[in-house]
Design a protein around this ligand. Sequence first.
Ligand code: ATP
Length: 585
Amino acid sequence: MKFKNLANLFSDLESTTKRLEMIEFLSNFFEGVKKSNKFEDLDKIIYLLQGELVSNIKKFPKIGLAEKMIIDALSLHSGIDKKKVKEILIKKGDIGATAEQILAKRRTQMSLFDFEESPSELEPSLEISELYTALQKIALSEGTGSQDVKLGILRGLMRKCSPLENKYLLRIITSTLRVGVSTLTIIDGLALGFTGIKDNRNIIEKAYNFHPDLGDITKILAEKGITEVEKIGITYGIPIRMMLASRVPYGEIIEKLGTPLTAEYKLDGERLQIHKKGQDVKLFSRRLLEISEQFPDVCKTLIENIQVDDVIIEGEVVAMDSFYEKMLPFQVLSKRRRKYDVEDIIKEVPVCLFLFDLLKYKSESYIDKSFMVRRKKLEEIVSERDELRLVKSQLINSTDELLEFFNAARTEGNEGIMAKSIKEDSIYQAGNRGFLWIKLKGLEGGKLKDSVDVVLVGAFYGKGRRTGVYGTYVGAVLDPVEGKFIAFTRFFSGLTDELSDSLTKEMEKYKTEKKPKSVICEDIPDVWFEPEVVIEIIGDEITISEKFLTLGYSMRFPVFQRMRPEKGPGDITTVEEIRSLYDSQ
Ligand code: ATP
């Protein structure tokens, strides 16, 4: 397919903020694809709509083109002085819009002779497949002279694009493509466009929860139809979207889950979804990325101690002291993220994997079985040792018992507890934050002790001791349906000088001149950020906000708690959760 068609769709999608209109643009587009019967680029189209180059469970190599070089390319391509390009960029705040403006203006000034010299100005000819081959080449070229090679390839691409296509091409190159359409909206568009039936979105969403590569699913939908999508189940090596917990006031937990229920310690580590087939083990993070290389010791323990050939299990990996007696906080575990000297860091930070769920046993899916059946099977296959244990759990019959268990969990240094339903219908709800799992983190003093994960969307420069670094940040929560990040609170306290310095440096990468389209914020910070970096904050209570009117809530006395590198912007606290936190106070 021609990139031109996709650029037109991006432009349509950006012209509205209304979800129903977006669904209509998408479904018309997919209907056109269906009629054309050409599906080879469909997966790539989906990833680009999601603002990525590949599916969110894979990594694309870094493109590695500095902004300076892109300005050079734009200047050479348009014949406009670099200084002028920079000036327009500062005004527009977006390299894509800058390119479009400069190139569209140049186009109106071109003579017939110019068009003959550069025919693509009249008939853009870039194919999506060709774009991907070029991006791979850019990413993979390294070493001396590579910058010239990258520049050459980029200029080649630009020549084949219209001004509108160049707008999106440069956004793709600078990883700022996001056109503001959520995955749920794309799923709605797919259902209508390919099947004409809106309700089929549920089938597609279910398949996506089991197999979170929407590109793959779309190809199956286009080539084989919705009945084949319905058959998509769990697959070895493809992470399942994780089941998540809700928050409920502790007095209502018993009522919500019924008795008896199971309560487990909520450990302060990192969640792992483990796929084991024979001697092969893959570990997936909360963001569904493979992180086996960070934990070769965990892989070895699993191979040696789980004697089943084909299983998918879940647990929390936690840093331990050298006697494997005391659990250490998440910050210690974070050292395992280092990519070099892995052997040394394994010795320095021993870990234990605490298992709590089983999703597949031999060739049978356990997703739709009740929690007790899953836990029982898990107990059967695990032989416990220092590095591999089952999460501590207890049957609970009353709120008093629940509180006793909670206090024991806290005394032993855990974050809190997880209360889990054990009723017949307590299935593993992939990708869902339902009410079969309820987390309880804090109760002290009647104040809000539960944390909130926000994505940083802006910052104000510091004053006094904090000159030279950002003093105050603006954090946003997620509206998953609209795919928007809604400003929730400013926060400044709790950052050490060291952390303040390193965070300021880190945030340079995400600075944008203008507020990103996916951000809704009533504040006007000194700088805006692409919503990427996730931080956990804690505060006194959720309050009604007169400043952040879209959300309507904010946090009293927010304090930085910790970085959440294992979470992406799609994993942060949602608008819905903030509402229920407020209601539960
Ligand atoms: P949080 O920020 O509280 O870790 P989250 O968004 O990652 O939240 P939730 O479902 O809200 O996910 O809380 C459950 C998380 O707690 C899991 O993702 C997992 O990492 C961790 N956890 C620790 N102990 C358990 C347990 N026994 N059962 C399930 N999850 C546990």
